[in-house]
Design a protein around this ligand. Structure first.
Ligand code: FMN
Length: 213
């Protein structure tokens, strides 16, 4: 065992999470924590690990940026033909994991993904910098490409093609919304006796309980 790696650890003691201080609605609870993460000036507070799985249950995970919090759930944007897009097509269950080390907090969100309406994808796509919009056309995300030059040549060609024009959203690029049925709020505590509050979807609302660390 590499002792230098094994000895890397922190004690967590910044805060506590009492079930009575959590809100009835977990999306509201997430908003509160997300606002606190922003106020704490955490770099990339919206970066989250999105885990998907093949129909056979083989998981894959990558970091994406959260782009909206709605009444129903959590929105991100990507290439629908990417590896994740193909997995989601065949198995819509997914999870999101946020880690905000400065606040010693983790949030885990599980549920089902749905594509957002095309207008929602259009609105967000049109708000992106021009370079990113070209990039969405230029990159066949997750597919093998011969070399870096291929990508850059494609980018240059597309810049010329769209010169002086609006860049439309490619059909293969858009948003997903994760509609949660389980959320866990984790606050690091001393001696690894962390606080964990879990919400589960019931018929019309949410149940809430504490689970062991
Ligand atoms: C901080 C960070 C933010 C990212 N945000 C996005 C994003 O919002 N959308 C996206 O498609 N990829 C994003 N990526 C790239 C993904 O991690 C990933 O490489 C890409 O989506 C391809 O994943 P896939 O092959 O599993 O489909 C981001 C990567 C990092 C490190």
């Amino acid at each position: 065992m590499d002792k230098e790696i094994a000895n890397l650890r922190n004690e967590y003691s910044k805060a506590a999470l009492d079930i009575h201080e959590t809100t009835d609605n977990p999306v509201e609870q997430f908003r509160n924590w997300f606002d606190e993460a922003r106020k704490a000036l955490i770099p990339e507070p919206s970066a989250m690990t999105v885990s998907t799985a093949s129909p056979e249950g083989r998981p894959s995970a990558r970091v994406l940026l959260l782009k909206d919090i709605t009444e129903q759930g959590f929105v991100f944007f990507t290439n629908y033909n990417s590896r994740k897009g193909k997995e989601i097509e065949n198995n819509p269950f997914a999870s999101l994991t946020f880690f905000w080390p400065e606040l010693e907090r983790q949030v885990r969100i599980e549920g089902k993904l749905e594509k957002v309406a095309p207008e929602v994808s259009d609105n967000y796509f049109n708000s992106r910098p021009r370079g990113s919009r070209i990039g969405a056309w230029a990159s066949p995300q997750s597919e093998e490409i011969p070399d870096r030059d291929t990508l850059e040549i494609r980018e240059k060609e597309l810049k010329e093609k769209f010169e002086g024009q609006e860049i439309p959203r490619p059909e293969h690029w858009g948003g997903y919304e994760l509609i949660p049925d389980r959320l866990e709020f984790w606050q690091g505590r001393e001696s690894r006796l962390h606080d964990r509050i879990v919400y589960r979807k019931t018929g019309s609302g949410w149940s809430r309980k504490r689970i062991a660390p």
